[in-house]
Write a protein that binds this ligand. Structure first.
Ligand code: AMP
Length: 294
């Protein structure tokens, strides 16, 4: 059965989502970007390029089986979906933001009847309802931050990542509503039907994300400094140690290390007389074992 996988067709999430799928092994050919859907050449998966905000609805109705979008979009849709894999990108949070000169520092100070511009009316309504406030929600499709300046709204609810857009528009945050990142979402229904296929895809994407933060390190270490080397390189489950033909004074060690530790590990290995130190990228790192269905 062909799995239908929704991917944002443009915007902030598009490029990284496509990169993850291709790195995870889906062969999408060359001319994606122009097509609305592509059948992977090497797997029973069809990738459909859709608006990030439509993806939750399409998963919930069964039009697609899984998809990549932001947690904010799922919260806005109101659908209960399965967050199958956090993708570690598209980090942002939704906030109530107010003009600097408003003097408001907390959502509790917002008066009933205030006008709030947002592209996320459902989240905004739920948020103010939970605070027991009656506000007027003004739906905009973008550039919410200029609405107070135009006199169309008093405050806004919008996504923030660095905060630079708010700063540029002389606004400050007065309430954090939800945190968000990009995830692979699916539904209980799709999992019932295609669980193993979905697991395989999600595990494959996860292995790419895990591998990106790691490096494979090899070094020749004086045999009598092995204990020191093991202290320097904890590795995944301790380093692999190999004999070197014709060179009994040294042993070769191979290990997976965190990329962020590379510099200090190399420097510490040099101090104990290691030679031939090299690091390489890892394409995938699979740590999880799943029994295959009988
Ligand atoms: P957009 O590219 O603006 O259509 O936004 C699509 C999705 O990207 C949103 O639903 C969020 O999940 C995420 N996103 C939006 N704005 C930001 C941001 N400033 N930083 C990081 N992710 C964002």
């Amino acid at each position: 059965m062909t799995l239908k996988f929704g991917v944002p067709n443009k915007g902030r999430l598009n490029e990284r989502a496509v990169e993850l799928l291709t790195k995870a092994g889906l062969d999408l050919g060359e001319d994606f970007g122009r097509k609305l859907y592509i059948k992977a050449r090497n797997q029973d998966v069809e990738v459909l390029f859709l608006r990030a905000q439509d993806i939750p609805e399409f998963i919930a109705t069964g039009a697609i089986d899984l998809g990549i979008t932001g947690q904010d979009q799922v919260a806005e849709s109101g659908h209960t979906l399965v967050d199958r894999l956090d993708l570690q990108f598209g980090f942002c949070h939704m906030a109530l933001a107010v003009p600097e000169e408003s003097g408001i520092t907390d959502a509790s100070q917002v008066k009933d009847g205030s006008r709030i511009a947002t592209s996320y009316p459902n989240i905004t309504k739920r948020y103010f309802q939970s605070l027991g406030k009656l506000v007027n929600v003004i739906v905009v499709t973008g550039a919410a931050e200029v609405m107070p300046y135009l006199g169309i709204a008093d405050y806004i609810v919008d996504l923030v990542s660095t905060g630079s857009t708010l700063k540029m528009n002389r606004m400050v945050e007065a309430g954090r509503i939800i945190d968000s990142q990009a995830c692979v979402f699916t539904s209980e229904e799709a999992l019932k039907r295609y669980g193993p296929q979905i697991d395989e895809l999600a595990d494959s994407i996860e292995s790419v994300i895990t591998a990106e933060s790691k490096k494979y390190l090899m070094a020749n270490v004086p045999r009598d400094r092995m204990k020191d080397a093991e202290g320097i390189i904890p590795g995944l489950e301790g380093p692999t140690i190999l004999e070197i033909a014709g060179n009994p004074e040294y042993v070769a060690i191979h290990a997976v290390i965190d990329s962020k530790d590379t510099l200090h590990i190399i420097s510490d290995l040099k101090k104990i007389g290691a030679k031939g130190i090299l690091t390489t990228e890892i394409e995938r790192l699979v740590n999880r074992w799943r029994p295959t269905a009988a």
